[in-house]
Design a protein around this ligand. Structure first.
Ligand code: ATP
Length: 265
C-alpha cells in the first residue's frame, strides 16, 4: 500500500447525488443485498470494496437499473437520483442509463468505427442537432477520456482494433458522450495492464470534476488511489461507509479491518 495518497485527499463535495434507502435485492429466493442505506456524493469517487460475492456489482447495477435485464432479479426499497425515484413507473430505464452511465469490466466497444461508438448515445437520445454538433461531442468526449490525441486521425477505424486500454477509454468516451451525471464502473481496470490501469485511474480522478463516479474494485490499492469515499460490503450487507482515508486507516468494524488487512476475502 505504498502508493496510497490518503492524506492528500480532501472531500469537499457535499451534495448528495444518489440516496439508497432500505435496498434489498433477491435473485429468486436468494437474498443478495440486505437492507442497504447509502448516500453517494456528487463530484466524488466512491469505491465499493469487499470479498468476492459480497454484492458489490449487484448493488452497483441497482443504481442504473441494469438488474432489470436479469429476469430472476428483484429490487426493493428506494433509490433516489437527486430526489427522483429511479424505480418509479414513469422513469424510462434507457433515459436513466444516459444519465447514469456504465463502464464494464471487459472493454466492449461496438463493432463499429471509433466515431460511431462515441456518437451512438448522443444520436439515439437526440442530443445534437447536426453533424457539426455531433463532431464536437465526439471530440470533447474523446478528450475527456484522454484518447483524442491517439485516435483523432483514425476516427473511421474500427473501435475493436484499438489496444485493450484504448478500448476501455473508448468505452469511457462512449459513456460520457451523453453527459451523464453519474458514471458507474464495474472493475474497469481488471482486463488492463499496469500502464493502461494507471491511465484509466488518472482519468477517473479527472472525471470527478464533472460527475459522481462509483467504482467497484477488487484492488484495495486502487480504491485507496482513486476514491474519496469507500463502502465495504460483506455477505450482502453494507458494513461500513466513510472517507477512504478513515476506512483504510481506522476502520470501525472488525470485518472491515479483517478485509483490509487481508484476513478475509
Ligand atoms: N445473475 C445472477 N443470478 C443469480 N445470482 C447472482 C447473479 N449475479 C450475482 N448473483 C449472486 O449474488 C451474490 C452477489 O454477487 P455479485 O456479483 O454482486 O458480488 P460481487 O461482490 O460483485 O462479486 P465479485 O467481486 O466476485 O464480482 C452472489 O452470491 C452471486 O452468486
Amino acid at each position: 500500500m505504498n502508493d496510497m495518497r490518503l492524506t492528500e485527499r480532501v472531500v469537499d463535495a457535499t451534495k448528495i447525488k444518489i440516496s439508497a434507502k432500505d435496498v434489498q435485492v433477491y435473485y429468486g429466493a436468494s437474498h443478495a443485498i440486505k437492507d442497504v442505506n447509502i448516500e453517494i456524493l456528487d463530484k466524488t469517487v466512491t469505491a465499493f470494496i469487499g470479498p468476492s460475492g459480497c454484492g458489490k456489482s449487484t448493488f452497483l447495477r441497482c443504481l442504473n437499473r441494469m438488474n432489470d435485464t436479469i429476469p430472476i432479479c428483484r429490487v426493493e426499497g428506494k433509490i433516489l437520483l437527486d430526489s427522483e425515484d429511479i424505480y418509479d413507473r414513469k422513469v424510462d430505464p434507457v433515459q436513466l442509463r444516459a444519465r447514469v452511465g456504465m463502464v464494464f469490466q471487459k472493454p466492449n466497444p461496438f463493432p463499429k468505427s471509433i466515431y460511431d461508438n462515441v456518437s451512438y448515445g448522443p444520436k439515439i437520445h437526440g442530443l445534437t442537432r447536426n453533424k457539426a454538433e455531433l463532431d464536437a461531442v465526439v471530440e470533447s468526449s474523446l478528450r475527456k477520456a484522454a484518447l483524442w490525441n491517439e485516435v483523432k486521425d483514425r476516427l473511421d477505424a474500427p473501435g475493436t482494433g484499438l489496444s485493450g486500454g484504448q478500448q476501455q477509454r473508448l468505452c469511457i468516451a462512449r459513456a460520457v458522450a451523453t453527459s451523464p451525471e453519474v458514471l458507474l464502473m464495474d472493475e474497469p481496470c481488471s482486463a488492463l495492464d499496469p500502464i493502461a490501469t494507471a491511465q484509466v485511474e488518472e482519468l477517473i480522478d479527472e472525471l470527478r470534476t464533472n460527475f459522481s463516479v462509483v467504482i467497484v474494485t477488487h484492488s484495495m490499492q486502487q480504491a485507496a488511489r482513486v476514491s474519496q469515499k469507500t463502502a465495504f460490503f460483506h455477505l450482502g450487507n453494507l458494513v461500513e461507509y466513510g472517507d477512504t482515508a478513515q476506512i483504510f486507516t481506522k476502520p470501525s468494524d472488525p470485518r472491515t479491518e479483517s478485509y483490509i488487512t487481508g484476513r478475509i476475502g
